[in-house]
Design a protein around this ligand. Sequence first.
Ligand SMILES: [Zn+2]
Length: 417
Amino acid sequence: MLHKGLSGIALALLLAGCSTTQQLTSAEADQSAAIARALQSYQARSLPSFQNAAIKKITVRKGDSILALLRGAGADVGLFHAMSADDQAHFSRLHPGDQLALAIDRDGRLTLLAQKVENAEWRVAEKGPEGVTVSYQPLSDGHHQQLLTGKAGTDLARGLRQAGVPDAIAEQASQLIETQAGTARHRGGHFQVLITQPTLQDRPVGKPQLIAVQLDTPTQAYGAFRFTPAKGASGYYSHDGTPIVTPWLEYPIADFTRITSKFNPRRRHPVTGRIRPHQGIDFSASPGTPIIAPSDGVVNMASWQGSWGRLVTLAHAGDIETRYAHLSGFATNLAPGTRVAQGEVIGYVGTSGLSTGPHLHYEMHVTGRPVDPLSMNTASRMPLAASDRHAFHDQRATLIATLESGNTSSKTLVASR
Ligand SMILES: [Zn+2]
């Protein structure tokens, strides 16, 4: 799961520190002002790693290496060496023009290293109480909340899309409701959806997220509320605090010819001929067939991995990891840390790596052990602990008040953090 200790504001802090050394264009000055505001709200809950830290920004030039750059900036590189080999490799893959930001404390120790990975997202390595954590975060200085309302009609997902709810969130929201209500019983209902979108200077950055959805029918009210228990990952809970377990899609692929190989712990490998367990399922399919996330998750990996070819791995709630191998390509903008919603395209069928023909190799691991994905219909989720219930009910009451303020028309609420 994503590391929660450092907010986008901390990244704003990095850039704020950077911009003082250069002449600013007016756009940069605007951004600086937004960042300064973000900074003020950040100071109250400042992380120890930033207290008295000097912030440096580096633009990578041809031939630069990460260790030489860090040493050149006067940093003790202990933080780099404390990262996993994978994380070190990510930070080492530098291209001219890449942007890095570092925080160096009074004793010359590197306490934070950030690398811009796409438009508004940074890969951040930070020294915390439990060692070095690496996470991906948008640079944001606020959020917009949007409240959308409408009629469910006969197809809730379609009604949501018609009200302006983004596709991935429409799928997710309708599934959260249908898991409780079934598909037939919500015809004619009226819905309210609350979405949050991280912003920088009032422009959207990163992906929107579903905060709450409610559906009122003449006989019943259904709801799903996002909540983060004190220990554990965020999830959606119904009105009474029951975790909503959305079904896994049976197949993570839009279309396939047949299953050519099942989960089998004792199987002869078709290419090497050796006995090697087949820890997944092979779907034979035309090259380019879309591969879809069977459940909400976060991208762990989307890169070339030897015999796997192009590989995507996703982390899901309940300590579940899924893997998708031999792809011909990745979905646009898919990178470690990207959140994907159930049903969202993550890549395309191919035959890359050690493979005999176009197919998808699909694996599922629960707490590190491979399991048969076809035996997996639901993601297990723990009920709320007694200590979380009070917080959940407070949060739910606030969300319902917000949702119901929108019963007459759609409107946009701008919330400051
Ligand atoms: Zn396979």
